[in-house]
Design a protein around this ligand. Structure first.
Ligand code: ADP
Ligand code: MG
Length: 313
């Protein structure tokens, strides 16, 4: 392709919200064999919502939700935010009122309804831990609980499995070292996700999904989308290793992600695509920025490269 063709393609991309950082990036995209997608916030909307609350002890539901929300109050994680929002809604949203209910702003905003917590720590890929009145509270996945010596009964395990098989994430809660309850969280797929996966298959490109979420939820999501290759329970630092494993035989690999967690993988990929006006770090690590927050632009980007370099396969 001539320098003019590259310039034209870059302009066409920009008009479609696809920012291409240089001619090399534009050229590499035509040869992509694998596109590795981050799950949360990339294939899914990243808008987690609590769909299920189950308490396994005699604790009252409202008290359970206050405890969990208090533990998650300092969390930056979308799951933590979803839980806090749900608990707030449970306590302050008056369903009986006419216009979709009303919020009791003063109390809600004061966060005076939350317990004081001490020694909060966020444990990447696992969950959170803190103390309330000297009692430890753990909120997160199985790994978090088992690492802390909390028993998961068959009843609880079965309940979590059921959530995961319906593509939800099960969040386990141990209070004072007793497994107290489980929350189910759903994160809907982006509308265009399955069309884009089909489109990639048709172009001879293999889609892959990578996630820190558990295997069962990951498989359920992948199945809905028609993605055959899944890597789950990947720790935040591990996503770049997944990229490198696909590059081993010389294949050209694209990575599509949105978060801070994804930036090492975006940098490791031959073609890193940051989706949305995401985090600065992700944008910096990427070769492409897909400004419209739409997965169809992954296809637009590959097409543009193929057309520019006249390698339509
Ligand atoms: P993803 O790649 O899907 O964004 P993360 O690495 O952020 O995954 O998290 C992996 C898993 O760790 C989550 O699916 C969840 O089970 C658990 N987890 C992480 N942070 C939290 C939190 N704040 N509250 C509850 N669970 C959490
Ligand atoms: Mg993400």
């Amino acid at each position: 392709a001539t320098p003019t063709a590259v310039m034209v393609a870059t302009g066409v991309g920009a008009n479609n919200g696809v920012l291409i950082k240089g001619g090399d990036a534009l050229e590499r995209a035509q040869m992509v064999k694998y596109v590795i997608f981050d799950k949360t916030g990339t294939l899914t909307q990243g808008k987690a919502t609590v769909t299920t609350v189950k308490v396994f002890t005699g604790m009252e539901r409202g008290e359970f939700l206050t405890l969990v929300a208090s533990a998650e109050a300092s969390s930056e994680h979308p799951l933590g935010k979803a839980i806090l929002q749900y608990a707030r809604h449970f306590h302050f949203f008056d369903e009986s009122s006419t216009t979709n209910g009303t919020l009791n702003d003063a109390k809600e905003l004061s966060s005076g309804w939350l317990h004081d917590v001490s020694d909060f720590s966020a444990l990447p890929g696992r969950g959170v831990q803190c103390f309330i009145d000297g009692k430890r509270i753990l909120v997160g996945n199985r790994k978090l609980l088992s690492e802390n010596g909390i028993d998961i009964s068959t009843e609880v395990e079965n309940f979590v499995v059921e959530l995961e098989e319906s593509a939800k994430t099960g969040i386990l809660v141990a209070y004072d070292d007793v497994l107290t309850g489980v929350l189910g969280v759903a994160d809907p797929l982006k509308r265009e996700a399955s069309v884009v996966i089909d489109g990639l298959h048709k172009m001879g490109v293999i889609p892959v999904m990578v996630t820190g979420d558990n295997w069962r939820t990951a498989r359920a999501v992948a199945k809905e989308l028609g993605i055959q290759d899944v890597r789950a329970e990947v720790m935040p630092a591990g996503k770049a290793d997944v990229v490198r494993s696909f590059q081993k035989d010389g294949s050209v690999v694209a990575m599509v992600g949105d978060g801070i967690n994804d930036s090492p993988a975006l940098a490791a990929a031959d073609v890193g695509m940051a989706i949305g006006a995401g985090t600065d770090i992700a944008i910096e690590a990427a070769d492409y920025v897909l400004m419209r927050y739409n997965l169809e632009d992954v296809i637009t980007a590959i097409d543009l490269s193929r057309k520019t370099f006249s390698r339509i396969r």
